[in-house]
Write a protein that binds this ligand. Structure first.
Ligand SMILES: [Fe+2]
Length: 342
């Protein structure tokens, strides 16, 4: 078996491949590592058959949908997953066949209703049901401490104690553990009484994960993150540096500086000679404001992000010389460059 564990911060993804069948499954991929997964598959001569999310992640961005689109493979989730892009929805007892490798789905609700663990001969991919020295939390949407108790103590903890466990998260650079080790040392598993366990889980007082809303939105719908949207706009837009724009503004007017911030921000201070067209009105007013599609346009916003979206929109509209100011007005002011007020 080809096995690779790929860590991204605290997230753990797993590539499981069969060298005989040249096929693989990818478990809990993370959005920033897509190229790394694709590289690993190519390096090992593997064709991806399944991309699997062990549950709806609330704290990071799943790459399952994007990889599935790119490679034409099925996204696998538990049957209870809300993700509309999941093509293969498993129930407890279902099995995936990846060449010589068999992955058995065990439904383990608790951290989320759609949590599942995946069992091969010698290892268990536990998602966030069981972590090294911890368990998944149960205070996020669809979490249920009583169900987690059941999934652990009457479920996966009854499997072979020698079984290696590989969780979806580890924040201390540990790669794996065993059922026996966790039973002996995991502080959360020392509460073996159901009522005590549930009480403990209800009073963990954990802080909400960063990006909770965005992670749930994108993982539940297959939509894009704001960072993805910006990256896509940035990939089809050139930028202009602060120094370059400053030099060009000083020596000629053969450039349209388009400030796309709101009126108050524009009035408080803009690049000398900049015209004002808020991002929200760009499509409405473009025909009146920008009649010449050959004009060289540099869009400006506060931080250089909204101006990237604006420049990308202009390029889509046919302004093929549109660019965005790198660093935005914040960089412009901090660089001590001249500011005009109205
Ligand atoms: Fe999770």
């Amino acid at each position: 078996m080809i096995f690779e564990q790929i860590a991204t911060g605290g997230c753990q993804s797993y590539l499981v491949g069969c060298p005989d069948g040249c096929v693989a499954a990818l478990i809990d991929p993370e959005i920033r590592q897509i190229d790394r997964y694709l590289g690993a598959l190519q390096r090992d001569g593997l064709r991806l058959r399944y991309v699997i999310d062990t549950h709806t992640h609330a704290d990071h961005f799943s790459a399952a949908h994007e990889i599935a689109k790119r490679l034409g493979v099925a996204v696998v989730t538990h049957r209870d997953s809300p993700a509309p892009y999941a093509e293969l929805r498993l129930q407890d007892g279902d099995m995936l066949v990846i060449g010589n490798i068999k992955l058995h789905a065990i439904h383990t609700p608790g951290h989320t209703r759609d949590s599942m663990c995946l069992l091969t001969s010698d290892r268990l991919f536990t998602g966030d049901t069981l972590l090294i020295g911890a368990t998944g939390r149960t205070d996020l949407p669809t979490g249920d401490p009583d169900a987690l108790y059941e999934s652990l103590f009457n479920g996966i903890l009854k499997l072979d104690p020698a079984l290696k466990i590989f969780p979806a998260h580890d924040y201390k650079q540990r790669s794996s553990s065993t059922i026996a080790d966790e039973l002996a040392n995991n502080p959360r598993l020392q509460k073996r009484d159901r009522v005590e366990f549930v009480e403990m889980m209800r009073h963990l007082n954990l802080t909400a994960p960063t990006h909770l809303t965005e992670a749930l939105r994108t993982n539940m719908t297959g939509g894009k993150t704001v960072a993805q949207l910006l990256a896509e706009a940035g990939a089809k837009t050139p930028f202009m540096s602060l120094a370059e724009l400053s030099a060009r503004v000083a020596r000629s007017r053969d450039i349209v500086v388009l400030d796309v911030r709101e009126r108050d921000a524009y009035a408080a201070g803009h690049v000398p000679g900049a015209r004002h067209l808020p991002r929200g009105q760009l499509e409405l007013r473009v025909n009146d404001e920008l009649p010449d599609p050959t004009a060289r346009i540099v869009t400006v916003c506060e931080f250089g992000k909204i101006s990237t979206l604006a420049a990308a929109t202009l390029r889509d509209l046919g302004f093929l010389r549109a660019a965005a100011l790198d660093g935005g007005m914040k960089g412009w002011r901090e660089g001590g460059l001249p500011v005009e007020t109205t």
